[in-house]
Design a protein around this ligand. Structure first.
Ligand code: GLA
Length: 668
C-alpha cells in the first residue's frame, strides 16, 4: 500500500533535501506527490524548459526507494504567462479579471491556455512518462476550488454560445427551455445571450443552471485534454488521477472521473478558525461520495491532514490519535493510499499556517511519531484490508446538477444542501449500515434501500430507475421538495411531487418554507417513531394521501394533524415520503424500522463510535472500530465470534473497550 507525503522541495534549500529524505525513510514513506504548483520551475520562460531541479529531487528520492506521483502544474500559470497573455485570466461576476497572485487563475475556455497546457503536459510526459519510479500523475489540482469554477470573461461568453448551440441546436429551443417569455427575455441572436453577470434581481434559473453545466463541461473537456495527452505517451504502469474537492462548485466530478484511473481527494476534517473538526458523519459521507464517484472504486487521499490548518486563521490541532483515526476511517471507507499533507510547514506564502508533519523548525516531534506508528501498522495489514470489499446496502442520491439548482434557488434561508444530505445520511451512518452514494448513472442493483433527499431537479432516467427499483421490491425514501424541476430547470406541470406522485402515493397540496429560527413539530404515529416528537424545520409540505399510509403528522401549525410522513406500497416495494426536515435522531428511529423491514444490516453503537465492516477473500471480515470522542471511552459488544486485533494479535470475544480516539481493525 502506498503511504506518503506531499512534498514541496522547491520551497527549501537543496542542502536540506538529504535530511528530509532520511526522515521520510524513518517515517516509512514510500511515495511523494510533488510539482503540482511547479510550472515556474520547469518552464521559467516561454518555451524554455528546465527539468534540472525535478530531475535532481526525483533521483534523490527514488535512489532511496521512494516513488513519485507527479502533478501537472497547471493549477498555477506562471507570472510571465499572465504578463504576456493576460486573457488567460478568469473573470469575476462583474467581468473583471482575477489577478495573478493566488492560484487557479486561468479560464479553461482560453485557447491560449489550452495550448500552453498541451505543451507543458507533453514535455512532462516525454520526460517522465517512462520513468520506472514515477508511478502516476495527478492532473492539475482541485479543479474549480476557491471559486475558480465559474468564469465570466469574453472567451467564456463565446464558448457559452457555442456550448448552447451544441446542446440546443436552435435559439427557439433555448427560448423554450428557459421560458424566455418571462420578463421579455426572448433571444433572436446567439450573441444576445448574456453570461450571468450582475443584474438587478437575478438571472433566469434556466440560464443559470445551463451556465453551471457549461462551466462543468469546460473543466471536463480541459481534464480530458490533459488525460489524452498523457495517455499518448506514458507507460501503462503509470496511473492518472485528480485531487478533487467535493462541494457545490460547477464541476462534475463523475464526468471528469470517467477518464481517470481513480479519483483522489484531500481530507481536511478541520480547517481555518473552526474550533472543532467536522462531524464524523460528514467525514464519512465525504469518503462515501469519493468512493462512489467511480462506482465503488477505491480512491486515494492525496492530502490527509496532519496539523492545524488554515491561511490567516489557523485552528484545531488534531489531537493525539486523531491522525491515525482519520486515516483508518478513510481506508475503511475505500481509500487505497494515504499521502499526508504536508511534509513540513512552509516558512512563507499564503499557507504559512497550514501545518504539516514537521513544523517550521523541521524537527520530528509528536505528529511525526504518530504518522510513523500509523504507517508501520498499515504496512503490516493494510494491503489485505484495502483489497477487501465494501458492500453497500443503502444508497443515497447525490447529483451535482441538483446541488447547483438548489444553490440557485435555496428557497429557505435555512436550507443548505450539504446539511440536508447529512441530515438524511446521518441515520444510516449511526446505524453503521453500509452506505454508498448513487447518481443517475448508477445501478441500484444490490441495494436494499435508496434514500433520495431533496430531489428538486429531477433526472428522468433516475426517476425511472427508482420506480423500477421500488416496483421490484426495493425501498425508497423521498423527501420534501421532490419532483419539482425538469432538467431545463422549469417547474413540472404535474401536481407535486410530480413524476413521483404515484410512487409516493401522495399529492403535495400546499407548502411553506421555514426560515432560520422558525420551526413547528411533528409526531410519529407508528413503530419506532410512535408518539415521538421532532422539530420540523426548513420546509413543510402539506400532504394529501392518495394511497399512502400516514405515519407522522404535524403539530403546532395551522396544518396540525395533517400528514407529514407517509408510507406507500408500490409494486413489491415500499416508498416513504418525508415532508419536512426532521431531526436526525428522529430519522434514525424511522430508519430502524425501514432498514429492519428491508433486511439492511445495522448495529447501533454509542454516538461517537463508527464501525465499518469489509469482506475479504474466503468470507474473512474486517471490522474497523473508531471512537471519535476526544474524551469518552466506550465498551462495545462485538458482533458474534472471535475477533483478532490485526496489530497485536489479541483475541476479543464479546466485549471490547475503546479509549477516546481509539481506532482498531479487527479480523474474523
Ligand atoms: C488543498 C490544496 C493544498 C493546500 C491544502 C490546504 O487541499 O490542494 O495545496 O492548499 O488544501 O492546506
Amino acid at each position: 500500500m502506498y503511504l506518503g507525503v506531499d512534498y514541496y522541495p522547491e520551497q527549501w534549500p537543496k542542502s536540506r533535501w538529504p535530511e528530509d529524505i532520511r526522515l521520510m525513510k524513518e517515517l516509512g514513506v514510500n511515495v511523494v506527490r510533488m510539482a503540482e504548483y511547479g510550472w515556474h520551475l520547469i518552464e521559467p520562460e516561454e518555451g524554455v524548459y528546465d527539468f534540472s531541479l525535478l530531475n535532481e529531487i526525483i533521483d534523490e528520492l527514488t535512489e532511496n526507494g521512494i516513488k513519485i506521483v507527479l502533478g501537472t502544474p497547471t493549477a498555477v500559470p506562471p507570472a510571465w504567462m499572465v504578463q504576456k497573455y493576460p486573457d488567460i485570466l478568469p473573470a469575476d461576476r462583474n467581468g473583471r479579471p482575477i489577478s495573478f497572485g493566488g492560484r487557479r487563475h486561468y479560464t479553461v475556455n482560453s485557447k491560449v491556455y489550452q495550448r500552453f497546457t498541451e505543451k507543458v503536459v507533453r514535455k512532462l510526459a516525454e520526460k517522465y512518462g517512462h520513468h520506472p519510479d514515477v508511478i502516476g500523475w495527478q492532473i492539475d489540482n482541485e479543479f474549480g476550488h476557491e471559486k475558480s469554477d465559474r468564469s465570466y470573461g469574453n472567451e467564456d461568453r463565446t464558448s457559452f454560445w457555442f456550448w448552447l448551440q451544441n446542446r440546443y441546436g436552435s435559439l427557439e429551443a433555448v427560448n423554450e427551455a428557459w421560458g424566455t417569455a418571462f420578463w421579455g427575455q426572448t433571444y433572436t441572436e446567439w450573441e444576445q445571450i448574456p453570461l450571468p453577470l450582475n443584474v438587478y434581481q437575478q438571472h433566469n434559473p434556466g440560464l443559470l443552471l445551463d451556465f453551471d453545466r457549461f462551466c462543468a463541461a469546460g473543466y471536463t473537456a480541459y481534464s480530458k485534454l490533459q488525460v489524452d495527452l498523457l495517455r499518448e505517451t506514458i507507460s501503462d504502469h503509470q496511473f492518472i488521477t485528480h485531487n478533487f474537492v467535493f462541494n457545490e462548485q460547477a464541476i462534475n466530478q463523475r464526468d471528469i472521473a470517467e477518464n481517470l484511473d481513480f479519483v483522489s481527494s484531500g481530507n481536511y476534517p478541520a480547517w481555518g478558525s473552526g474550533p472543532e473538526p467536522a462531524t464524523p458523519a460528514s467525514i464519512a459521507m465525504q469518503h462515501d461520495i469519493c468512493r462512489s464517484t467511480k462506482e465503488g472504486k477505491g480512491f486515494w487521499v492525496m492530502e490527509e491532514i496532519t496539523g492545524a490548518q488554515g491561511w490567516n486563521h489557523t485552528g484545531y490541532l488534531p489531537r493525539p490519535g486523531q491522525i491515525r483515526l482519520w486515516t483508518y476511517q478513510a481506508i475503511a471507507r475505500g481509500a487505497e493510499a494515504i499521502l499526508y499533507f504536508r511534509w513540513r510547514s512552509s516558512r512563507f506564502g499564503t499557507e504559512q499556517f497550514s501545518h504539516g508533519i514537521l513544523g517550521h523548525d523541521g524537527k520530528p516531534k509528536r505528529k511525526f511519531e504518530e504518522v510513523k506508528e500509523t504507517i508501520a501498522a498499515l504496512k503490516t495489514f493494510g494491503d489485505e484490508w484495502v483489497a477487501s470489499d465494501y458492500i453497500p446496502e443503502v444508497g443515497m442520491y447525490y447529483e451535482v446538477g441538483n446541488a447547483w439548482a438548489w444553490r440557485i434557488q435555496p428557497q429557505s434561508r435555512a436550507f443548505d444542501y450539504k446539511q440536508e444530505l447529512l441530515r438524511f445520511y446521518y441515520g444510516a451512518y449511526h446505524l453503521n449500515s453500509a452506505t454508498c452514494i448513487v447518481s443517475p448513472k448508477s445501478t441500484l442493483d444490490g441495494l436494499k434501500v435508496v434514500i433520495v433527499p431533496v430531489y428538486f431537479l429531477t433526472d428522468p432516467d433516475f426517476t425511472d430507475k427508482l420506480k423500477k427499483f421500488a416496483a421490484e421490491g426495493g425501498t425508497a425514501v423521498l423527501s420534501y421538495r421532490s419532483g419539482l424541476k425538469e432538467p431545463s430547470n422549469a417547474l413540472t406541470e404535474l401536481t407535486l411531487p410530480g413524476e413521483l406522485a404515484e410512487l409516493a402515493g401522495i399529492h403535495v397540496e400546499e407548502f411553506e418554507a421555514l426560515q432560520p429560527g422558525q420551526q413547528t413539530r411533528i409526531r410519529g404515529t407508528t413503530g419506532n417513531i410512535k408518539d415521538i416528537l421532532s422539530p420540523a424545520t426548513v420546509w413543510c409540505d402539506i400532504i394529501k394521501s392518495i394511497s399512502a399510509d400516514v405515519i407522522g403528522v404535524y403539530r403546532d401549525a395551522y396544518y396540525e394533524g395533517e400528514p407529514a410522513i407517509t408510507r406507500n406500497r408500490y409494486g413489491k416495494g415500499v416508498v416513504y415520503y418525508i415532508g419536512t426536515a426532521v431531526e436526525e435522531y428522529f430519522l434514525m428511529r424511522l430508519y430502524k424500522d425501514i432498514f429492519k423491514e428491508a433486511g439492511v444490516g445495522m448495529i447501533e453503537l454509542p454516538d461517537d463510535v463508527e464501525m465499518v465492516v469489509r469482506t475479504g477473500t474466503g468470507g474473512k471480515k474486517f471490522l474497523c472500530l473508531l471512537n471519535h470522542s476526544t474524551t469518552a471511552s466506550h465498551r462495545l459488544t462485538l458482533p458474534k465470534g472471535h475477533w483478532k486485533d490485526v496489530m497485536t494479535g489479541e483475541i476479543f470475544n464479546g466485549v471490547v473497550r475503546l479509549p477516546s480516539l481509539g481506532s482498531y481493525v479487527l479480523m474474523q
